[in-house]
Design a protein around this ligand. Structure first.
Ligand SMILES: [Zn+2]
Length: 764
């Protein structure tokens, strides 16, 4: 049989990319085959590095200019497209009357026409479903398909009705629709926009949920949200399990119909709290999918572009660094405000894409509507997609070089964070990410259940207010420290069990060098306290150095001390206090632990005449280091990480970075000096080093949108070369230079005189 053009292109793709993947698959193919012709191509989900998606609106069937879009696919070098098929709206004439068709579609098969065109271009086609809402006729005919509240009232979303993931709509109707789509057009795979249905803010009381929960849990559905109720906790776990089961069931349907590579990949988000709210167990999903399709479309003012690199690293940490994570990247103004038909400022779109590349994310341009009067949006993707094509071998299949692990836990997000997950778990994690990016310290996110697996390569673990920890997780943390790893923990880390119930004391009290002071039993901060703006509280640095430096002397103040300050307080010699903003309760400090900062309680800010400390000194510890037997542990009761995420005060970022540098000893393999906000990410590909330097400095670098990147420089880089060759050739994949560099004492020294948007240094 003649190979089709599609197969030929697939094989070309397989040869061109992912050395390791190709080697592995060709080895496998060789062991099973007798001739060269039967070499199995690498599956689409391992080789499709650039994607495009035109999200079809209902009036597009009449105006979709397919030849024009084919040209756009070519210009932007995409290898795969995502095409709307069915679900809320179908773009093909389904034989199922309840599958709603786009207004004006008639009997046209737009999905089929686009699939055919994409095939002729040699592109992979993923059929897009959007499954969680239906039109009124479906509700009238099958009320049992719809999610209902405790009174039996259907959950609505505008005009549409929300379907229940445990009902026949998901379990038999949509599988029929997907089988029909496979039969008509044979897409390579499927995705689904909002596959996980109702989030945990709404409990569904439909008959299927009632029966299913009763069969599984032996109890009735919980009446309301109550994290202390055993039934509600069971419902949370059951709801997670149902989504994983749906994931597997959908894959069984599409693979049975379309072959083993016709996988179903629901979209996933970039926010851990969002995944938790949607019952999407990120680690369990990564264990059952060979690709993540990422729906994390833009930065927020709280997170910045750097969150995209962080998210890529976080997902690769679970999925594997040899897998792909394409991410939907809108070319229109998304977020607040949202303008689907207006062009996103190009600097904003590009910075998000480049930060994503630095975290191992693949590009996927995204337009809503097939026709635009703001044609500027067609210009943004092309140059960056072409650059990606020219450099693709350096952008995939690589291993991060980092000695610092930032631990996160979806379970703690649920059961410790509860209804304040953003404040209790997301903000502390975000504060650390910001501090590490700002200090240019290479780091990787670490799922709490992967500490044993990943920890061997790390010198430092950071536990950002991970309140809820189970016994196995605690044991893994202890093993990390016993092996010589350093630990930094903040807030209420280990003060709660895996259900979020308070323990009598910190489970890691002995490592932290502190313990609960007795009195009231431990509790989460009240939501009002978490949501309040910064209180005028301070931290007092110890020992105080006040008389040593310039400033008026006041009688009665502590005498100058000859005790030296701890290196964690480096750079703060001219101050005895730092702004804080949070509130602290007393703790007992163990003998041998050293308190580097204490708490100064709040006092008025207005009127200015009243702004003096009522209680300038307390014994309440804010920052404790516990060095025992050569191991380094720091415990920070003060929520500096959370405050940094909220208030963005450089002092907080500096103190967090100091802690990491102290804990890491000499393990940090990269030092970057120079102005600006840079996201620097370092990787290894066998003997090759790949270094991203992304410039996030500009007009609007914090508050969206970014309208212009400001070039910065010179930026000097010093990196430890693990390969230690006598000389290295460094290629600047943006600036176009090539230079030979001789390492000095195992370190490579490089200088970027002027950094524009980004540079990719490939060190061979
Ligand atoms: Zn239900």
């Amino acid at each position: 049989m003649m190979p089709s053009r599609r197969d030929f292109v697939a094989q070309l793709g397989a040869m061109a990319i992912l050395g390791r993947t190709f080697d592995a698959s060709s080895r496998e193919a060789a062991s099973h085959s007798t001739g060269a012709e039967s070499v199995a191509p690498v599956p689409w989900y391992r080789r499709t590095l650039r994607w495009g998606q035109t999200n079809i609106t209902e009036i597009d069937p009449a105006r979709y200019d397919i030849p024009w879009w084919r040209g756009y696919w070519r210009r932007t070098a995409v290898q795969g497209v995502i095409v709307n098929a069915g679900g809320i709206v179908a773009y093909y004439p389904s034989r199922y009357p309840l599958q709603y068709r786009a207004t004006g579609l008639g009997d046209r098969d737009l999905f089929g026409d686009l699939t055919h065109a994409a095939r002729e271009e040699g592109l992979v086609v993923v059929a897009r479903m959007d499954s969680n809402r239906v039109h009124e006729p479906v509700f009238r005919e099958h009320p049992d398909w719809i999610a209902v509240d405790a009174e039996g009232t259907p959950y609505r979303s505008g005009e549409l009705y929300v379907t229940c993931i445990n009902g026949p709509y998901y379990r038999s109707f949509l599988p029929d629709v997907m089988r029909e789509i496979v039969g008509r057009a044979r897409p390579d795979g499927f995705t689904d926009n909002s596959w996980s249905g109702l989030d945990r803010n709404s409990i569904c009381y439909c008959e299927n949920c009632k029966r299913g929960f009763h069969d599984a849990a032996g109890a009735n559905l919980p009446h309301r949200r109550d994290w202390d109720d055993a039934g509600y906790r069971k419902w949370i776990e059951w709801s997670y399990a149902r989504r994983l089961e749906l994931w597997d069931a959908n894959n069984a349907v599409t693979r049975a119909a379309g072959g083993p590579e016709c996988i179903w990949v629901g979209m996933n988000g970039g926010s851990i709290a969002g995944q938790a709210r949607s019952f999407r167990d990120y680690r369990a999903i990564c264990a059952r999918t060979p690709i993540v399709l990422l729906d994390h479309q833009t930065r927020s003012n709280a997170e910045g572009f750097q969150h995209n690199a962080f998210t890529g690293k976080l997902i690769h940490g679970m999925l594997g660094w040899d897998k792909l994570i394409p991410e939907s990247m809108p070319m229109y103004q998304i977020g607040t405000p949202m303008f689907r038909l207006a062009t996103k400022p190009a600097a904003e779109a590009r910075a998000w894409m480049l930060a994503g590349f630095a975290g191992g994310i693949q590009p996927w341009w995204h337009h809503v509507s097939a026709y635009h009067e703001d044609r500027r949006m067609y210009r943004t993707a092309e140059p960056i997609m072409r650059w990606h094509r020219e450099n693709e071998r350096y952008l995939v299949d690589r291993t991060p070089v980092a000695s610092v692990g930032l631990v996160w836990s979806q379970r703690s997000t649920d059961f410790y964070g509860r209804d304040s997950a953003d404040e209790l778990t997301e903000q502390p994690l975000r504060g650390w990410m910001q501090a590490l990016v700002r200090a240019r310290i290479p780091h990787v996110p670490v799922h709490v259940d992967q500490i044993d697996a990943v920890g061997r390569d790390l010198a430092v673990l950071i536990l950002p207010n991970i309140g809820a920890l189970g016994d196995a997780q605690l044991a893994a943390i202890r093993r990390f420290v016993e092996r010589g790893g350093a630990l930094i923990a903040t807030g209420q880390t280990s003060l709660f069990d895996e259900w979020g119930d308070a323990r009598p004391d910190f489970a890691l009290a002995d490592l932290f060098g502190i313990s609960h002071a007795g009195g009231a039993s431990p509790a989460r901060p009240a939501p009002e306290r978490l949501r309040a703006t910064a209180a005028q509280t301070y931290l007092r640095l110890t020992p105080e150095l006040r008389a040593r430096v310039d400033g008026p002397h006041v009688s009665g103040e502590p005498a100058p001390t000859s005790e030296r300050r701890h290196p964690v307080l480096a750079g703060f010699d001219e101050t005895d206090i730092l702004p804080f903003g949070g509130t602290l309760d007393p703790l007992r400090v163990a003998a041998g632990a050293r308190v580097l900062a204490t708490f100064i309680p709040a006092f008025p800010a207005f009127p200015p005449e009243t702004a003096w400390m009522r209680e300038p000194r307390t014994q309440i510890p804010a920052l404790v280091v516990n060095e025992q037997h050569g191991r380094r542990v720091a415990f920070v009761p003060a929520e500096l990480d959370r405050r940094y995420a909220i208030d963005n005060l450089p002092d907080h970022g500096d103190l967090l970075a100091n802690l990491v540098r102290w804990a890491a000893r000499d393990s940090i393999a990269l030092q970057v000096d120079g102005p600006g906000l840079l996201d620097v990410e370092l990787y290894r590909q066998t003997d090759r080093l790949v270094l991203h330097v992304v410039n996030l400095t500009g007009v609007g670098s914090w508050r969206a949108p970014m309208e212009e990147i400001t070039p910065v420089g010179p930026v000097s880089l010093r990196l430890r070369d693990p390969v230690r060759k006598a000389s290295r050739v460094v290629r600047w994949r943006v600036g176009g230079r090539t230079e030979r560099v001789l390492p000095r004492d195992g370190w490579l020294h490089l200088t970027l005189p002027l950094l524009h948007e980004h540079e990719l240094l490939v060190i061979e």
